[in-house]
Design a protein around this ligand. Structure first.
Ligand code: WT7
Length: 661
């Protein structure tokens, strides 16, 4: 039996299991009442329709197309609710960002009123360029206050934004731009991340050069923020500015008026799209809409982190991922929170950076990923214990299953056994936390995301698609819509329906498997599709394979996950070379293949291992048996199972012979 820890947050919004249960029950029986009450704190230009019109959906492909809508008929604006609402309430002088730059001592403080002014200036510039409601903008920026400000400027105008993580390569960025046809790309001269300098503007130039041949894609404007702290001078970049296309942020934003009327948008108008990897094909643009996403991100921020006005909150995620959308930009600002915005990495300049900043700002709520926790744990307790950390009361984790050892270290060492741990399971697709403890109510068990959030009805299905009742395990599905769920895949509603709704009729399929224990707690077991979770980031095996075969020496590639002590999972690639190569080939071939993947996707997709494969284990019909490859990759060839269906069982021994070569 796993040990159970009592809920630690005192005086929480939800302070008992009874309260959780009654709120959960209401959210199930009366979604309109539950979400309508929560929505009352926000500003609506037009109220929603009530009764049957409030919320509509179809989750069953046998009954027609999949669709979901909430707060039908309502009009609002997320940017207004994040900024104007607080300023009008007299909170303009409240701090929204304590920005901590990559290098120590590089910092700034922004208030809600200052952010509102800046957002209006950015929005006014966009308007002056003819960018308006329904248009798209691609954002490729590091973690500086101008990044969330640009997201909010877009939201203010009803412009659909797509943030591309500034660690993706030019080719990845080009793919996302091409899928969006943005009217503007917003970027930055360069960034320093840890000890590395990355020239972002140059990557944007490369991406746009790749797209030069594509007729439909024409980006008329590139707005470039001169990021002085990056160490790359404006003069060094200036010559690369394309006349008529590129402008310096500092030359055009500061003169704009600090007032800009918001564009009221419909509840179901798109707010943003965010590309994420799946099991097949290119990354898909997950589309989130306005009202449901707004309420989902705000409600989870309030209840899961037990947010109160006196808190100082810090989430280490980058705005290039969904965590940075929901729990840096939107959830916290919607609730009027004070937060630390961090540009750097947790280990730079030392492994004590986070705890030093926790003391500096008196951070009360800290949210990070298991991979960061394990990295810091490996650096030694002394980096933690030399800082006080007495302000911490809630510690969150997200991105991958957290191993109980890392969980205990987070709880006992970082939190001094006093802070509540919230292990939050959710996805880019879900928009907000789905299965998570509430820190004042839910007794927690290390490694379990525990129970569903309000409005969320998870279920487990067996191989035949039947629901597993009580204790057991199966495919994790969601039985009904929740407000912050994705509405479609950009430009491809069919793919949305096929990916999430065709496997099990009537359910949203998450791609994860899970186990339910005797207390009804969920334990996430990980992905069951061909998605690898590297340091909490999703990488599709198909994407890495396609990058590898993009190199002229590679005839075929098969990529599988292997367990990794820090990253959770790592990428392990089996590669068949073109005829004429000897195995193993010269070392330079491996280097070129790795470089190819970094070029096509980005450093996060770097394979840890390239395993030479004169042949791959295939069935007679030519299907690669990944199960066999996984066992070989994990040194578990004693557990290969039945390989009699292989066209050539001999390849297995050849592969084992080439391990480490
Ligand atoms: C996948 C979603 C949601 C923000 C970060 C990742 C895994 C996420 C947990 C958790 C176990 C988790 C799942 C999920 N995952 N949180 N607390 N415990 N697994 O977003 O890139 O959309 O990835 O991350 O496998 O399906 P994402």
């Amino acid at each position: 039996m796993a040990s159970t820890y009592p809920p630690l947050a005192k005086g929480a919004h939800v302070d008992s299991m009874d309260k959780y249960k009654s709120m959960y029950e209401r959210s199930m029986k009366d979604p309109e009442g539950f979400w309508g009450d929560f929505a009352a704190d926000f500003h609506w230009n037009k109220k929603w329709d009530t009764g049957d019109d409030f919320h509509k959906y179809n989750f069953d492909l046998d009954k027609g197309g999949i669709h979901v809508s909430w707060f039908n008929g309502a009009e609002t604006n997320v940017s207004y609710n994040c900024l104007d609402r607080h300023v009008k309430a007299g909170d303009g002088d409240r701090v929204c960002f304590f920005w901590e730059g990559n290098d120590e001592g590089v910092e700034s403080v922004t208030t809600y009123k200052q952010l509102l002014d800046q957002v209006c200036q950015i929005a006014n510039f966009m308007k002056s360029q003819g960018v308006g409601k329904g248009d798209e903008v691609t954002i490729y920026m590091p973690m500086i206050p101008e990044l969330p400000a640009t997201m909010l400027a877009c939201a203010r105008l009803g412009v659909v934004f797509s943030v591309v993580f500034a660690g993706f390569s030019a080719e990845s960025l080009a793919g996302r731009i091409s899928d969006s046809s943005p009217k503007m790309v917003v970027t930055c001269s360069a960034v320093k991340r840890g000890a590395k300098h990355i020239e972002l503007k140059k990557i944007v130039d490369e991406a746009l050069a790749i797209l030069d041949g594509e007729e439909q894609v024409h980006v008329p404007r590139v707005l470039v923020y001169d990021h002085k702290a990056s160490g790359v001078a404006r003069e060094a970049i200036h010559a690369s500015l394309v006349e008529g296309r590129d402008v310096w942020w500092q030359d055009v934003i500061g003169d704009q008026p600090t007032e800009c009327e918001v564009e009221w948008v419909g509840a179901e108008d798109p707010l943003f799209k965010l590309y994420t990897s799946g099991s097949t094909g290119k990354p898909k643009g997950v589309v989130h809409t306005t009202a449901g996403y707004m309420l989902g991100s705000a409600a989870t921020f309030k209840y899961v982190f037990d947010y109160k006005p006196e808190d100082v909150y810090w989430c280490t995620a980058d705005c290039g991922w969904i965590t940075g959308h929901s729990y840096v930009t939107f959830g916290p600002l919607l609730m009027g929170a004070k937060q630390v915005l961090f540009e750097g990495v947790p280990t730079y300049p030392t492994a004590g950076r986070c705890w030093e900043a926790v003391d500096k700002y008196n951070v009360t709520i800290f949210y990070t990923a298991p991979t960061a926790i394990r990295t810091l744990m490996a650096c030694g307790d002394e980096h933690v214990t030399k800082h006080k950390r007495t302000s911490l009361r809630i510690l969150g984790t997200v991105g991958e299953p957290i191993n109980p050892e890392a969980w205990r270290w987070y709880h006992e060492v970082v939190g001094n056994s006093k802070a509540a741990i919230v292990d939050t399971w959710w996805q880019t697709e879900t928009g907000a936390h789905m299965i998570t403890p509430l820190p004042g109510a839910t007794p927690v068990k290390p490694g379990s995301a525990t129970l569903p959030f309000f409005g969320v009805e998870p279920a487990l299905l067996d191989d035949k698609g039947n629901e597993v009742e009580g204790v057991g395990q199966g495919y994790l599905v969601i039985k009904r819509p929740w407000p912050s769920m994705m509405r479609t895949v950009a430009n491809d509603h069919h793919r949305f329906e096929q990916t999430y709704f065709s496997g099990y009729k009537g359910y949203f399929f998450t791609g994860d498997a899970a186990r339910r224990d005797e207390d009804g707690y969920f334990w996430i077991l990980g992905r069951v599709d061909d998605v690898i979770n590297v340091s909490g980031h999703r990488i599709g095996t198909a994407e890495v394979e396609s990058a590898l075969v993009g190199h002229h020496v590679c005839a075929e590639a098969a990529v599988v996950p292997v367990d990794h002590p820090i990253k959770g999972q790592a990428i392990y690639a089996f590669v068949t070379l073109m005829n004429g190569f000897e195995y193993p080939p010269e070392e330079s071939v491996r280097k070129e293949l790795v470089a190819q993947v970094r070029k096509a996707i980005g450093p996060i997709a770097t394979p840890d291992v390239i395993h030479w494969a004169p042949g791959l284990p295939k069935t007679r019909s030519g299907k690669i048996m990944r199960r066999v490859l996984r066992k070989i990759a994990s040194n578990e060839e004693d557990q290969l199972g039945d390989i009699s269906t292989l066209a050539d069982p001999g390849v297995v021994q050849v592969l084992i012979g080439l391990r480490g070569k």
